[in-house]
Write a protein that binds this ligand. Structure first.
Ligand code: NAP
Length: 284
């Protein structure tokens, strides 16, 4: 069994980003990422702080907007309009979840698709599904990078994704399909889940339930990717896979923490670089 080292690969991606950002800056296009946080949710504030820190460490300008929980939807829409028009901003990220009085879909659809580095805008979703160049959500994009780095073949592989969220499950399935896997998407209404999962060459778990994937759900020699981040009562972080029991059956497995998690921010930076490169191309 090989442990997939997301920390090491994310460090490699960040190094690539650093070099690319320096190259772009030398040509007068310093990549810039605007990060909007609405409200005081602690977990969101922590995520946003690490995104801002990672930007600065890689030579990307960070434009933080920390707004109060009472911010009106119209004010947020106006801010996005301003950022859409701002030449120095290559990426716009709105940290989710938003307060209940704000319509998340309305906000995400306001972001210019060419600055949608989270890949949540319907235009980018549609482009991904169509197999066209698109901004792709960072977590599944990071997983594809992990598979590539470890030489894991997707071509013809039987891939099963547990979870159908817009952020992880659906884009993951589309990326695997585009990479010629035979893909099954499963969810809370799926019948015979264990049997379906036990056929998978590549099993991706994005459920949000600690230790959900047990050895009976895993084929001998399978590649198991654990997207889950669950905080147990004792404060320990654990994935969706019962790691100790499942790992001996796997050819490759991601740990939690240190597997998929570190890739998400790295791919956000990479998407920002892609957007800045597009800006440079447009300016020529
Ligand atoms: P989500 O929106 O809550 O989606 C969870 C999915 O799991 C849903 O599609 C749900 O099915 C399915 N599910 C729930 N119970 C199930 C069951 N008993 N059997 C089969 N499927 C079941 O969650 P998410 O945003 O995709 O995130 C999933 C996990 O990944 C969470 O732990 C989250 O913290 C983590 N995550 C990690 C990263 C990272 O950077 N590593 C990024 C994003 C998310 P239904 O659709 O039928 O309800």
């Amino acid at each position: 069994m090989t442990l997939i080292d997301g920390k090491a690969i994310s460090a490699k991606v960040k190094e690539e980003v650093k070099i690319a950002a320096a190259g772009l800056s030398a040509k007068g296009v310093t990549p810039g990422l605007a990060v909007i946080l609405v409200g005081e949710d602690k977990a969101s504030a922590t995520y946003v702080a690490s995104k801002e820190k990672a930007c600065v460490a890689c030579g990307i300008n960070s434009y933080p907007y920390h707004l109060s929980a009472q911010t009106a939807e119209t004010a947020l829409l106006e801010l996005i309009d301003e950022l859409n028009a701002d030449e120095n901003v290559d990426g716009i990220l709105v940290q989710l979840p938003l307060p209940k009085h704000i319509d998340t879909n309305k906000i995400l659809e306001k972001i210019d698709p060419s600055k949608d580095v989270d890949g949540f805008h319907a235009v980018n979703v549609g482009r991904l599904v169509s197999g066209l160049e698109a901004f792709v959500p960072c977590t599944p994009l990071g997983i594809m990078r992990l598979l590539a780095e470890y030489g894991i073949a997707t071509n013809g592989a039987n891939a099963v994704v547990i979870g159908r969220s817009n952020i992880v499950g659906k884009p993951m399935a589309n990326l695997l399909l585009n990479a010629n896997s035979t893909v099954t998407i499963t969810h809370s209404r799926t019948k015979n889940l264990a049997e379906i999962c036990s056929q998978a060459d590549i099993l991706v778990a994005a459920i949000g339930k600690p230790n959900f994937v047990t050895p009976d759900m895993v084929k001998d020699g399978a590649v198991v990717i654990d997207v889950g981040i669950n905080r147990l009562e004792n404060g320990k972080l654990t994935g969706d896979v019962d790691f100790d029991a499942v790992a001996p059956k796997c050819s490759f497995i991601t740990p939690v923490p240190g597997g998929v998690g570190p890739m998400t921010i790295a791919m956000l930076l990479q998407n920002t670089i892609t957007s800045a490169r597009n800006r440079l191309k447009r300016s020529k």
